[in-house]
Design a protein around this ligand. Structure first.
Ligand code: 8DG
Length: 253
């Protein structure tokens, strides 16, 4: 069994990175069958006998980071030929072939995903922490009225995500914040800004209050809450997977 690993940072949210990867397929000149797929975090494909290998498996995992989506890929294969000869063929031919095919594929993939990301509205949220409390906001209108969320909103076309976070906090709360640590990303349940269902994501950063005292300019209510009270709020459902990261931030565990 031989193996090569590849890591690519894609300037696109998880859902886009995953969907574009699926649409492009893999760089192998024969069909692969799906072993498993968990949108938008991982998939595994495999193929039977091919050009020089007996079996090939291609696994990918997609992880949200502050810089975009990190795609880790692992290609495993069994050389069709046994023993020393197999080892030689493997090093001289197959490794090179896999590396070349993947390099070409990944360049095209990263570019395609970044381009596609321009069509998807992104939402950024701020977990503003002060001491052992985080600021949460209650939506005032629309289908999610009454539910709690992280202050923030849609990133405008061409806008940097950190700049969007600073702008939204100024508009909604009248404060200046400094985004710090990226906490996580979740797909949004519904349709955001007319985009495809489930394509938009919410990306949340820890932010520090550097100026002003929060006032609810657009929300029904604001609250500073401790780790122990986080889960009890009536959150927008999509936000719940982010709560463990926020709780960790508040408790330091
Ligand atoms: N700000 C924020 N929005 C969230 C969260 N969770 C979640 O599903 N959303 C959804 C609700 C909305 O569909 C979308 C954000 O839109 P928004 O209406 O707040 O954005 P915006 O401030 O840019 O508003 P607008 O320009 O469209 O008026 O993301 C969250 O924690 N914070």
């Amino acid at each position: 069994m031989d193996r090569l690993r590849f890591t690519t940072v894609v300037a696109a949210p998880l859902t886009v990175a995953f969907d574009v990867a699926r649409a492009l397929g893999r760089p192998w000149p024969f069909p692969l069958e799906e072993v498993e797929s968990l949108r938008p975090v991982s998939d595994v494909y495999a193929a039977g006998p091919g050009r020089g290998w007996r079996r090939l498996t291609h696994a990918r995992t997609f992880t949200a980071t502050g810089q975009g989506t990190v795609v880790d890929e692992r290609v495993d294969w069994d050389t069709g030929l046994p023993g020393v000869l197999g080892g030689l063929v493997d090093r001289a031919v197959l490794r090179r072939r896999v590396r070349r095919a993947m390099r070409r594929h990944l360049d095209g993939y990263a570019a395609a995903a970044a381009l596609r990301a321009l069509d998807v509205v992104q939402v950024v949220g701020a977990a503003i922490v002060r001491g052992d409390e985080v600021l949460v906001a209650q939506r005032d209108a629309g289908p999610l009225a009454g539910l709690w969320e992280f202050p923030g909103g849609k990133v405008e076309p061409g806008e940097d995500q950190a700049a969007a976070l600073v702008r939204e906090c100024a508009e909604e709360l009248g404060v200046t914040v400094a985004p710090q640590v990226f906490l996580g990303e979740v797909p949004l349940d519904g349709v955001v800004a007319g985009g495809a269902p489930g394509a938009s994501t919410l990306r949340v950063w820890q932010a520090r209050l550097v100026g002003g005292e929060p006032v609810a300019h657009e929300h029904r209510d604001l609250r500073w809450v401790r780790a122990g009270d986080l889960e009890d709020l009536d959150w927008i459902a999509a936000d719940r997977p982010l709560l463990p990261a926020v709780r960790e931030l508040l408790t330091g565990t």
